[in-house]
Design a protein around this ligand. Structure first.
Ligand SMILES: Nc1ncnc2c1ncn2[C@@H]1O[C@H](COP(=O)(O)OP(=O)(O)OP(=O)(O)O)[C@@H](O)[C@H]1O
Ligand SMILES: [Mg+2]
Length: 347
């Protein structure tokens, strides 16, 4: 409305100037040349006056934006830095969950219910269970995106609330289940795992994540700009870029949430080898439905409705014949024989 109003005022002014001018000329008080010169000068004055009018609009929009920003800046995070933090120490990577329960704000039931386990440096702990069981929630409380409602989580025996947040998150490399892609080049997307990494390091991890080949096939290779939702790369390719990013981070604790989801079995196998090498020196918590790594895991935790229902090695759990044996058993091929055609695409 404001802009339309300005337009109308402008048109009325132009009409008034011409009208008055014609009047003055007909009364012989002015020449046509004078009217034209006057109109030309008014024309010069128009843009600055118009901009001044726009300023009001811009200010209103900016004030509204600033108010929203302030709301975000003023919000108190539910997870706070400790008031008396422990001093930084060379972290080994012992992770301990002791009777941890957690319920999401506003949720009706616990997403974690009295979970207790430990993971030692160099160990591969595999977490599996049905969808919605609470597996990703484990990674969220360990990185302190949320604090548990009961129980304690420790890193090298130190309760997490006593560890400075920045320091804690430096010690953990997290590959989240949702692919997080920054609106930037592929190089920047990998480098943000460890700012300041050299090009050689970036290429090394990209090779390990089976990403180098498809990156170099792009016209701008590592300088290609990517963003979620654009068609430059497929979902599985973006996933491999995030795996490279996690590999670049030399953190003592590595959490991988569904690292092979969305990858075909060949690509999954390609990245599993380097992942194994990466895991050898760190505490690795791998959340997955893909149980092909299970025989190598030091311990397997089976989560069901927030509770830890089974824990042990692959052989122990299969022998037990419980939930894990069902999950790891042969998958019924419900569709086999019913599809009319199977198409294999090769590009
Ligand atoms: N932000 C949230 N707010 C409220 N409830 C949530 C939130 N995130 C998850 N939940 C609930 O917590 C439970 C556990 O979720 P979680 O994401 O940990 O499952 P998951 O085991 O990782 O499942 P999946 O295998 O499908 O990834 C689910 O019942 C879910 O509905
Ligand atoms: Mg999950």
């Amino acid at each position: 409305m404001y802009e339309q109003f300005v337009e109308v005022v402008e048109t009325v002014c132009v009409l008034t100037v011409i009208g008055l001018g014609v009047w003055e000329i007909s009364a012989d008080r002015m020449t046509l040349g004078q009217l034209l010169a006057f109109a030309a000068f008014i024309g010069y004055l128009n843009p600055p006056v118009r901009n001044l009018g726009q300023l009001g609009l811009t200010l209103t929009a900016a004030t509204a934006g600033a108010q929203r920003l302030n709301e975000i800046l003023d919000a108190e995070p539910s997870v706070a830095d400790p008031t008396a933090p422990v001093r930084a120490w060379p972290v080994r990577g012992w992770v301990g969950f002791h009777g941890v329960s957690f319920r999401y704000p506003g949720a009706t039931r616990e997403s974690l219910d009295d979970v207790t386990f430990t993971a030692a440096p160099g160990e591969l702990v595999l977490v599996t269970g049905a969808s919605g069981a609470g597996k990703s929630t484990l990674s969220k409380v360990l990185t302190r995106f949320y604090d548990p409602s009961a129980g304690v989580i420790t890193l090298d025996g130190v309760p997490l609330p006593d560890v400075p947040l920045d320091f804690l998150r430096e010690q953990i490399a997290l590959l989240p289940q949702e692919t997080l892609i920054l609106n930037d080049t592929i190089r920047e997307n990998i480098e943000c795992g460890s700012p300041g990494a050299t090009d050689a390091d970036i290429e090394r991890v990209a090779r390990s994540a089976a990403a180098h080949a498809f990156i170099t096939a792009l016209p701008e290779a590592y300088d290609t700009r990517i963003a979620l939702g654009t068609a430059t790369l497929s979902g599985g390719q973006l996933k491999r870029i995030t795996i490279a990013r996690a590999m670049l981070r030399a953190a003592p604790v590595l959490i991988l949430d569904e690292p092979t989801a969305g990858l075909d079995s060949v690509a999954a196998r390609q990245i599993v080898q380097p992942l194994r090498r990466l895991m050898s020196s760190r505490t690795t918590i791998m959340i997955t439905h893909d149980l092909s790594l299970a025989p190598d895991a030091d311990r397997i935790l089976v989560v069901d409705e927030g509770r830890l229902v089974e824990a042990g090695s692959h052989a122990e759990l299969v022998a037990r014949g419980g939930m894990y044996a069902r999950l790891a058993g042969p998958v019924p091929r419900v569709l086999e024989g019913r599809a009319e055609d199977t198409l294999v695409l090769r590009v």
